[in-house]
Design a binder for this molecule. Sequence first.
Ligand SMILES: Nc1ncnc2c1ncn2[C@@H]1O[C@H](COP(=O)(O)OP(=O)(O)O)[C@@H](O)[C@H]1O
Ligand SMILES: [Mg+2]
Length: 172
Amino acid sequence: MHVIYFNTKGGVSKSTLCLYSARQLQRTGYQISVSNTDQQQHVELIKNNDAEYHLYDTAGAFTDANIRLLKAASTVDAKIIIPICTGKTDAYEVDFVLERLTQYGIRNKAIFVLTKTRANCLSTKLRRIELLGTGVPVVNWTMPLLEDFSEQRDTLRTCTEISKFLNEVVLV
Ligand SMILES: Nc1ncnc2c1ncn2[C@@H]1O[C@H](COP(=O)(O)OP(=O)(O)O)[C@@H](O)[C@H]1O
Ligand SMILES: [Mg+2]
């Protein structure tokens, strides 16, 4: 299974979700690899030919490397995780992104996840409804805004939260 964290928007938690997913999957005993199409290399790369889960952190744009990766995803078991925040400007590029995913034949592999927010606040609920209108699924779990995530601490809270994400999206 290939799990690609992608959105053209920056700062939406692509790298953070990838990093925490990788750590938690490893902790749970899965074989994983981590690759990166982002020059900033925010996530530690892990090479593993026996990986059950291949994770990809990406740059926030349709770079050549991202286009190659996304096109390749059409031929394999893959999920395109699109982290998205709840701010007004955060949805501006959604149609553009989905149009491209359709073009690459992977729109049916896309799934939105709401990040850096609270599950029950109005902006989260409204963004969820707006996103569901595209026909692309939205993960029930939302990634809470937590200092432990920005400080990259592995706490009970971050581990529990990421486990919920993995159980709903990846380990199914
Ligand atoms: N759930 C969260 N709570 C608090 N801070 C977060 C959370 N997710 C990400 N961050 C912080 O927000 C910034 C952008 O996150 P990052 O994962 O680098 O986004 P992207 O890779 O999409 O550009 C980083 O400083 C990161 O530590
Ligand atoms: Mg990043």
